[in-house]
Design a protein around this ligand. Structure first.
Ligand code: DGJ
Length: 738
């Protein structure tokens, strides 16, 4: 054949290849359904497990069976997005799995083996077994689908049956490829006192990663969660939206890669950064759970799905009524004696508060904890400040009808402490290097089982010695700086990141086995460890150290996009605020705090006169009307503080739509006569509701106070509220009437 004919034939072949569709049919379709969503995989003719679809519910097995894929230019086999893409199978994008096999080879190619599904009324669990085509190395892809909540969670179990150790480099929990014209990512960032700020950006080609390399306090900067909107920026009540959150309190990486074919590859899981895991022959590794939800009705429904799932499965006691707390920190800091605390309890009881929590500063004798530079790790009551011990305070609280709670930070140690003197080897450290402190403290190495025992015992012995303690605030005020463990072998130093988190979870598992319902607050310098991995063990979270109500409107708006509001500890503090120096009215502080788990963070005797009357009334209102709705109601966001206008507004509506609470805040100064019109949401369109203003503070902010309105009116016409000054606010109860 001469060259000219060869070129023509080659070109013809190329045209055929480029323009052709694959004729191969899928041999098996795996459909995983919830009430309103479907996730579909298929096994193609070559035995690969291919991702087909995740979105609004479709039951169309036959269509997925015949679904064809177009080949891409220059790819010599059908190009499809695998369910769990590995490095080594022509995958050019971010892999979910990349390992070095026992013989040193870098490639993995997973083929479908079997699938099994178990289900009950609440969820189904599907396990898809995949195996490398060459080595005795396998992956189980687990998907648990929660029917009513429209949530799926995914994780993998990676098993090594090769003759030697396999090094796991990238070992993600989940992979999700999405196809749209454009992608908008909402993610959360911040810092101490400014957690969960919201940013939304359009994703362009390349990789955008949300990640943490800090090991502990993983969400101090970016949070391991996101919302993805297809084709336009996310909207509250419309549009295709995916919510995602990784249940992991260690280093994580959420990678979003728009590839050359404009498909978005979402790879989520443990951060591969310096984390290679040596998986010995016969061992398996389980990746953390990745939580997903989808709604075609915008981010509002995404949040409600996550809240429902979170309350039911993602936290401890998520559907229980939470006590109103007085926490001693901002009212006393480290400077207190018995009288300071009993005085606070007297006021707390009078005001209707239910739990008193003694924060930092109660422990350490050789090295008393009088500020943050000594004593951490020495969990004995300081006899100078508290000569009659904790039991005196506990009994005093009980005599006032209050529960007693206590602060601990058991993962940490001050160099100036007996613990650091006795167990220097328990500290996370890098051989031969000077240790770097943060807030004067170092981190204990939870990869070490002895340290796990110590941390468990801090908790357990406090509770066994003082059975009257009914609440613990668990703090964690630093991150990993110099990764290194005296417990792990030289070859396993990269295990520290994962082993620390697994060690922490092992401690929590022991605690929860012994104290299943005990109330624990998740605190890490504020909301520094807010993720569904940690939340599972906690009843609530300290949203931020910033208690300024204006800051809190933003922080709580971001936080409750993903996490259940029932757990958002939200405290009224003093004015001017200790973090921002801003001055705000007491009503504004209460109204904001009542959008979450209400508490106080001040010296209560400073609230006197009319303010005291207002505070006591607000606490009554919270207990009687608001708290049940914050606990189990549905959150509807009506005005975002991030939008133009200078307002923020939201509602909680009871599941049966019999009652609701509406909040509105003026967060900027408005010119005279400019008032917000707020259109309500989530009500039963066939019902009529009576509106009653609470926390009124003398003046009414709605002309229709006490009147009844049809839901149709409230949701379409809306209510114009007389709030205009900065920090003015209003709260209303709605009751369905016959
Ligand atoms: C940080 C926490 O977020 C605060 O609420 C307080 O408990 C301090 N630590 C105490 O050191």
């Amino acid at each position: 054949m001469n060259n000219y004919i060869k070129i023509i034939l080659f070109s013809l072949l190329q045209i055929v290849l480029l323009g052709s569709t694959s004729l191969a049919q899928n041999s098996e379709v795996i459909e995983i359904n919830t009430k309103s969503t479907s996730l579909v995989y298929a096994v193609d003719q070559s035995g690969r497990l291919i991702f087909q679809y995740y979105g609004k519910k479709v039951e169309a097995t036959e269509n997925f069976k015949q679904q064809h894929t177009y080949s891409k230019p220059d790819t010599d086999r059908d190009f499809s997005y695998e369910a769990y893409p590995t490095f080594g199978l022509g995958n050019v994008n971010e892999p979910a799995l990349a390992v070095i096999h026992a013989d040193g080879s870098l490639n993995t190619e997973l083929a479908f083996e079997t699938v099994e599904t178990k289900s009950n009324d609440d969820f189904s669990e599907t396990v898809i077994h995949l195996k490398d085509r060459v080595f005795d190395f396998s992956v189980e892809l687990h998907t648990k689908a929660y029917f009513n909540e429209d949530v799926i969670i995914q994780w993998t179990v990676i098993k090594n049956n090769e003759n030697g150790t396999v090094k796991l480099n990238n070992f993600a929990s989940s992979f999700l490829p999405l196809k749209a014209e454009s992608y908008y990512l909402t993610h959360f960032y911040g810092a101490w006192a400014g957690e969960m700020s919201v940013a939304e950006e359009k994703l362009e080609n390349g990789i955008k990663a949300i990640e943490c390399k800090k090991g502990v306090r993983t969400t101090q900067t970016e949070n391991a969660s996101f919302i993805l909107s297809l084709n336009h920026p996310s909207q509250e009540n419309s549009g295709d939206c995916y919510g995602g959150a990784l249940a992991w309190s260690g280093n994580y990486r959420l990678a979003f890669q728009v590839d050359e074919w404009r498909t978005l590859n979402v790879v989520t899981g443990i951060n591969p950064f310096l984390s290679a895991w040596n998986l010995k022959s016969g061992e398996s590794f389980t990746t953390p759970e990745m939580i997903y939800t989808f709604s075609n009705a915008g981010r509002g429904q995404v949040s409600r799905n996550l809240h429902d799932w979170g309350r039911e499965y993602g936290m401890t006691g998520g559907k229980e009524i939470h006590d109103i707390v007085l926490n001693s920190w901002e009212g006393a800091y480290f400077t207190f004696d018995e009288n300071t605390l009993t005085g606070m309890m007297d006021d707390a009881a009078e005001m209707g508060i239910e739990t008193f929590v003694l924060d930092d500063g109660w422990f350490g004798n050789k090295y008393p904890r009088n500020n943050d530079d000594a004593g951490l790790g020495d969990w004995q009551t300081n006899t100078k400040k508290l000569p009659r011990g904790l039991d005196y305070l506990i009994d005093y609280a009980h005599s006032k009808g209050l529960k007693f709670g206590l602060w601990i930070e058991p993962e940490m140690v001050n160099p100036e402490s007996e613990l650091a003197e006795n167990h220097p080897e328990w500290i996370v450290q890098s051989n031969g290097r000077e240790k770097i402190t943060w807030r004067n403290q170092l981190l204990l190495d939870l990869s070490n089982p002895k340290v796990q025992d110590f941390v468990f015992n801090v908790f357990d012995s406090l509770l066994t010695t003082h059975p009257g303690i009914e609440y613990v605030k668990w703090d964690a005020n630093r991150h990993v700086e110099q990764a290194g463990s005296t417990y792990l072998s030289d070859a396993e130093q990269t295990h520290l990141w994962v082993a620390y988190t697994e060690g922490l979870y092992a401690v929590y598992d022991r605690i929860r086995a012994k104290y299943p319902d005990f109330v624990i607050q998740d605190c890490a310098s504020g909301g520094g460890r807010l993720d569904y991995g940690a939340l599972k063990y906690h009843n609530e979270y300290w949203t931020s150290d910033n208690t300024d109500p204006l800051s809190r409107i933003f922080i709580q708006y971001g936080t409750t996009l993903i996490y259940p509001p029932v757990g958002a500890a939200s405290h009224v503090s003093t004015s001017p605020n200790h973090q921002t120096q801003r001055m705000t009215p007491l009503k504004f502080r209460f109204d904001v705090a009542m959008t979450g788990r209400l508490g106080m963070e001040l010296q209560p005797k400073d609230i006197q006169g009319d303010d005291r009357i207002f505070a006591e009334e607000a606490i009554k209102n919270y207990k009687q009307f608001v708290r049940p709705l914050v606990t189990t109601g549905d959150l509807y966001r009506l005005k975002s503080p991030y939008d133009e206008g200078g307002w923020a507004s939201q509602m909680y509506v009871s599941k049966e739509k019999e009652s609701a609470v509406l909040y509105a805040f003026s967060i900027e100064p408005h010119l005279r006569g400019i008032y917000p019109t707020i259109k309500l949401n989530g009500l039963d369109a066939n019902k009529t509701y009576q509106i009653t203003e609470i926390n009124k503070n003398d003046k009414s902010r709605f002309w229709g106070n006490g009147h009844t309105f049809s839901a149709e009116y409230l949701m379409n016409v809306g209510v114009e509220l007389k709030i205009a000054d900065q920090y003015d606010s209003a709260v209303f109860m709605l009751k369905a009437v016959e």
